[in-house]
Design a protein around this ligand. Sequence first.
Ligand code: MSP
Length: 504
Amino acid sequence: MAKKAASKALADVKKKFYITTAIDYPSGKPHLGHAYEKVCADCIARWHRLLGEEVFFLTGTDEHGSKVSRCAKASGKAPQKYVDEMVVYFRELCAKLNISYDRFIRTTDSDHVKISQEIFKKIYEKGEIYLGEYSGWYCDECETFFTEKDLVDGNCPTHGKKAKWVSEESYFFKMSNYSKRVLDALEKNEKIVLPEGKRKEIINRVKEGLNDLSVSRANVPWGIPVPMNANHTQYVWMDALLNYISGVGYPGKDFEKFWPANIHLIGKDILWHHTAIWYSILMAAEIEIPKTVFVHGFINTESGEKMSKSGGTVIDPVALSEKYPADALRYFLLREIPFGQDGNFSEDSMRIRLNNELANGLGNLLNRTVTMIEKYNAGEVPNAKTNIELRKKLDIDGIKKHMENLELHHALGKIFSFVHACNQFTNEKEPWKLDGKERDEVLYSLADSLRMASILLQPFIPETSEKISSQLGLKLGLLADCSFNKLKAGTKVKKAEVLFRKLE
Ligand code: MSP
């Protein structure tokens, strides 16, 4: 009884981890940039599950506003019908890439609409939102107002599209009241925005002061109605950002459990929205701000250019995941691009990594190990201990440290150095020339090492991890199982399909 109560108490204190991606505009099909963000967030979420933490992982779509409504119009559909059709592609992307979200939020979900209105009303009733007149330069693409000096030759600094002069009645949020508090928060906590360069960048921008923000539109009917005035809809960012709290059940138990978010994972173009605007809204609503906003880099084309629809350079991740194993794409994205920096995507480079590291490296190691155990030990893991020299080649503490510091590429690199060391160990020991205890030690070492690799690789290439552990006759373990010599002698291995086929 006492034991049961103790284990329940332990479960109650399980560490919580809440991670979000930005929610995508379903104004077109998802591109590789959307896939990249989801894969990175998924890797981090899976890592925290592996640590035994209780994880909530939120992703979804940002469905209101003039941009989506323009696209719906162009396709001759009502906005709701249009987003209902488009969201299918984003869900399909998640399914193809094994994105293990706990909720896929749509900003048209009724609970989100209700919470957005409640927060708007709460801030209005505090006197922090007022009715005024707005005039300014507006970019329809990013749904953002700019000052004259932000524009580049009259164009949006992000999209290069002509900004238009908009003048209309609007509700304003007194964001200027939060300049000091936002700046203090950014300056006080080194981890609040990562990488560090991005924190510096945003501090410098916030130092210039925050202006009041127009938070309603009188001429955009496709949006959440402003609760106190049905002629207005909420500005799309005033609706979208709130997904991070509505998506985790604000103001209920799950929200209490998981908030503040541990990581908002976003691209560099929306850092302002996720710091200056989001912190101010949360401060006005008297809600704690998130712990970390992590800014990942952009995926560009092979030649380093920005993907663009008009230039025909948009890379379709669903098409890629049909042509290559999903894990090959995940592996490439997580290994090739230093997390936090920009990177280029090239199918040729992906194929090279697939052939060399996944097929020749990992796949070959598994294949050799299982084949030899079948041949020399009737398919049963021999009774031995893992070779001490080989054990030294796996830097588990280093991998943990890299994951803690969100250096996903380094963590994956270290796991693959170990895979490489295991192949080298096999070549050096030549177990096919050995027998007795010596051969047993090599075979046990390889199977035990692959078991460890399958645990560590789960966040990165989850399907492959499952396949490895199933060929080793095991269930996938947690990080707590990731120490050597835990593999039981006599475990029955079973050879199956090769992990990765080499491509020309
Ligand atoms: N809807 C807003 C986000 C609202 S969050 C409350 C939005 N949508 S988006 O579809 O334009 O972008 C979604 C995410 O994808 C953003 O984090 C954005 O930075 C990221 N990316 C867009 N293009 C990208 C690349 N080429 N590479 C990597 N990520 C990129 O912004």
